[in-house]
Design a protein around this ligand. Structure first.
Ligand code: NDP
Ligand code: MG
Length: 384
């Protein structure tokens, strides 16, 4: 039977790749809902091509524009709660979470409560509300299948043998600034910072790759997804981006997952799991690559790695504050309000001022409040 799929963030880098996977699946999936932020034209084109029952867009003005472009049969929702409203409806088997940032917290909570399979690309929601989300998933029996390439790799290597897992090697290409000295960071044009050597991704995650905050966030993401503490996760810089991560088991055996750096692979796996469908990406040409290399990350050059580790160690609402501060600070950098080297400084100030709630388990309300407050604090600092 065709699986019914909802794609939140359908107009972004992950969303458009996911629709490509669906289009090439030979009819294995039916797109029942699409949700986007602002790209009316692309959302309308996607809705005409995939004919979902419902679509949503961020505000009313955009919804009016969308209405003019779409046939009457498609229901149009709008507003901040629209993605959650889509998920409260029945008739959805799989939800692909591909909205970027902390906006995804409520949709993720909604999905796991409803026992949907979650194909999880968004990382900020899990990092912010990890304990709550994992507990809800355990209670409802909802499956969370990671789409982030490293976590998909770890998921594939662990393959149900979590009790034997002793260590994770979380690999990363090193991002666009791996070989650029820190003293040159502020003289780079934003276009250079956004030019990732291996992956084509949205702007926020590409800046996160340049600061290496992305890898710091991924350590926390792995902690929640695989129940492993930070001491057992080693970040390895692997510029060839062929090994997407590795796991070591109790007996010392190490398994790695390899493949072309193409996000359609982990997206497809999350949708078809436990089946494997026909491949969409190029084959890896090992002879051409020649060798695979590894080195330790430079924590001094990339202070965001340490900031993420600090937030994870604080626990409580600190990871939510980290995600929110990063989101706002990266947006300010992209708008030209701050320099590249200001990014870790602003996040550090927000984290230092954060009144952490970690004596008891923070509630969802505490987490959402920490997100709102930290964004506001980062905004104020960036405007100074
Ligand atoms: P993009 O910026 O390319 O896309 C974000 C999507 O979210 C767009 O469709 C955007 O709509 C939509 N969106 C934004 N705000 C809202 C809202 N309020 N309601 C509904 N939709 C909204 O990001 P990516 O695709 O690169 O990344 C998405 C997530 O996946 C991130 O959390 C990222 O960390 C994670 N990820 C991405 C990877 C990648 O290869 N890109 C790899 C691993 C993880 P619009 O464009 O119409 O405004
Ligand atoms: Mg990743």
């Amino acid at each position: 039977m065709r699986k019914k799929i909802a794609i939140l963030g359908s107009t972004g880098s992950i969303g458009t790749s996911a629709l490509d996977v669906v289009a090439r699946s030979g009819g294995a999936f039916e797109v029942v809902a699409l949700s986007a932020g602002s790209n009316v034209k692309l959302l309308a084109a996607q809705a005409r091509a995939f004919r979902p029952r419902v679509v949503s867009i961020a505000d009313e003005r955009l919804a009016r524009q969308l209405k003019a472009l779409l046939p009457g049969a498609t229901k149009i929702l709008c507003g901040a709660d629209a993605p959650s409203e889509i998920l409260s409806r029945g008739g959805i088997d799989i939800v692909l979470m591909a909205i970027s940032g902390t906006e995804c917290i409520m949709p993720l909570v909604e999905s796991v409560k409803k026992k949907r399979r979650v194909a999880l690309a968004n990382k900020e929601a899990l990092i912010s509300a990890g304990q709550i989300v994992m507990e809800l998933a355990a209670k409802s029996g909802a499956e969370i299948i990671p789409v982030d390439s490293e976590h998909s790799a770890i998921f594939q290597c662990v393959d149900g043998r979590r009790e034997y897992l002793s260590k994770i090697y979380l690999t990363g290409s090193g991002g666009p600034l791996l070989n650029v000295p820190a003293r040159r960071f502020d003289s780079l044009r934003r276009g250079d910072v956004l030019n990732h050597p291996r992956w084509k991704m949205g702007r926020k995650i590409t800046v996160d790759s340049a600061t290496m905050m992305n890898k710091g966030l991924e350590v926390i993401e792995a902690q929640y997804l695989f129940g492993v503490d930070a001491a057992r996760i080693e970040v390895l810089i692997h510029p060839e981006a062929v090994i997407h991560s590795m796991v070591e088991f109790a007996d010392g055996a190490i398994l790695a997952q390899l493949g072309a750096p193409d996000m359609r692979l982990p997206i497809q796996y999350a949708l078809t799991y436990p089946r494997r469908a026909d491949g969409l990406a190029k084959h890896v040409d090992f002879a051409k690559i020649g060798r695979l290399t590894f080195k330790q990350p430079d924590y001094k050059k990339f202070p965001c790695l340490e900031l993420a580790a600090r937030a994870a160690a604080f626990g409580g609402t600190a990871p939510a504050a980290l995600c929110a501060a990063d989101e706002e600070t990266v947006a300010s950098y992209l708008d030209g309000r701050i320099k590249f080297s200001d990014i870790p400084k602003v996040i550090s100030r927000v984290l230092s001022a954060h009144k952490n709630i970690n004596d008891t388990k923070p509630s969802l309300g505490d987490i959402l409040e920490a997100v709102g407050r930290s964004k506001e604090e980062a905004r104020v600092i960036c405007c100074q």
